[in-house]
Write a protein that binds this ligand. Structure first.
Ligand SMILES: CC(C)(COP(=O)(O)OP(=O)(O)OC[C@H]1O[C@@H](n2cnc3c(N)ncnc32)[C@H](O)[C@@H]1OP(=O)(O)O)[C@@H](O)C(=O)NCCC(=O)NCCS
Length: 372
């Protein structure tokens, strides 16, 4: 047996959804740089699920399906009120709420193609509603009903704040959603595929994927970046803080990647947004601190920033609570998870690797009274 720790370099499936080749990320063959500038998140959802860009009519249909399914069942909203609010991370609330949603979907266990597509629509539509409603309920505020006349990104911000968002905020969230939508066989997507390859239902697959995204080595890194920036506090502290961490061999959140070597192509779009938004909010130090951290980590360790590094200062500039950063990642990535789940069902085989056993050799059972 050859053990490949962390499955590095192992090709575990074929997929026609997204690819990373020579540090270029594509969704269905479209370069992320092209999509980031030109596509809306709704177009990207359609692209990932249908492997083609939508016509105007197809796009309008998807938008109205998403709008029609954005409302949460009363049971889910009531459930939030039972959570120990002070200690629940919004990712844990999201994971629980998605699992709960499955209980109220009569098609939850139906496995035909149409039923699974219907569930994809429902889940994609309800994810931002869950994040926004929980964010309000924990502050003692009433959830805001989704609107049918707003884009996906605008509706999310509206449900979060209760106010119609400014165009620049909508543009930033829409672009962030496009950039986070899919990423080949990343840890949470692999988790989703492993789960549904047992022919478990879509809700189980998405619940499992949210659990995997929560960790700081994956989606949780964006919140950890903001924690680091807040701890550093000022531009003058950057140098000593970062060098001390590197000397202690501690990781700097938002840097490094399992697949990219030269750099994560998504980071430059978020860097640009971070510069623009931090200037607009009169807090350019978040961007300046970030670029200084980047210079040190790149210089010392040759590690470029990943998608999570500049997304932290982008979301902070939009006034979003720091522990909602990873849930926003999930609101986007659920589109990719769903595409992969549907693809897995199309051509399923159980995913079941092996482990090299390193425990003791054969032992004889000793009755409990005779054990020393
Ligand atoms: C993304 C990540 C998990 C990839 O992990 P991986 O492929 O298993 O790589 P490793 O953790 O084994 O790191 C390889 C080497 O680079 C170093 N390294 C990797 N990321 C680092 C970081 N962010 N800061 C400092 N050093 C880092 C490791 O310490 C290790 O050094 P060593 O060989 O001297 O021990 C890792 O880079 C990381 O933990 N980054 C920070 C968390 C993060 O931003 N996650 C979001 C990813 S999109």
């Amino acid at each position: 047996m050859t053990v490949t720790r962390g499955l590095e370099g192992v090709v575990a499936t074929t997929s026609s959804i997204s690819s990373i080749i020579d540090d270029t990320l594509t969704y269905v063959g479209y370069d992320i740089d092209d999509l980031a500038v030109n596509a809306s998140f709704e177009e990207v959802i359609y692209l990932l699920w249908h492997r083609k860009l939508p016509t105007q009519i197809e796009l309008e249909e998807l938008k109205s399906q998403l709008a029609d399914n954005a409302r949460l069942p009363k049971e889910v909203l009531d459930h939030f009120k039972m959570y120990p609010i002070d200690q629940v991370h919004p990712m844990a609330a999201l994971r629980s709420a998605v699992s709960l949603l499955g209980l109220y979907d009569q098609e939850a266990d139906a496995m035909d193609e149409q039923a699974n597509y219907n569930k994809a629509i429902r889940l994609q539509a309800k994810m931002p509603s869950i994040v926004a409603a929980f964010a309000r309920v924990r502050k003692g505020l009433e959830p805001v009903e989704p609107r049918k006349d707003l884009s996906f990104a605008a509706n999310f911000l509206y449900m979060l704040t209760g106010n119609e968002p400014e165009a620049i905020a909508v543009e930033a969230i829409d672009k962030a959603l496009v950039l986070h939508a899919d990423h080949e066989l990343n840890a949470s997507t692999f988790t989703a595929r492993v789960c549904v390859a047992t022919l478990a239902d879509v809700y189980s697959g998405i619940t499992a994927a949210i659990g995997a995204l929560k960790g700081p080595l994956h989606g949780g890194a964006n919140e950890a970046v903001m924690k680091m920036l807040t701890e550093i506090g000022t531009l003058e502290n950057v140098d000593s803080y970062v060098r001390e961490k590197l000397e202690k061999k501690e990781k700097i959140m938002g840097f490094g990647h399992r697949v990219y070597r030269k750099g994560d192509p998504r980071a430059k779009h978020l860097r640009e947004m971070s510069k623009k938004l931090t200037e607009l909010t009169g807090e350019p130090h978040w961007y300046e601190m970030s670029t200084q951290i980047e210079a040190i980590v790149t210089g010392e360790k040759n590690l470029p920033p990943n998608v999570d590094f500049y997304s932290a200062s982008v979301y902070h500039s939009l006034g979003i609570d720091h522990d909602l950063f990873t849930p926003i990642f999930a609101v986007s990535r659920v589109s990719g998870w769903l595409a992969h789940i549907l693809e897995q069902y199309e051509n399923n085989r159980l995913i079941r690797p092996r482990a090299e056993y390193t425990g003791p050799g054969m032992q004889k059972y000793v009755p409990i009274g005779l054990r020393g």
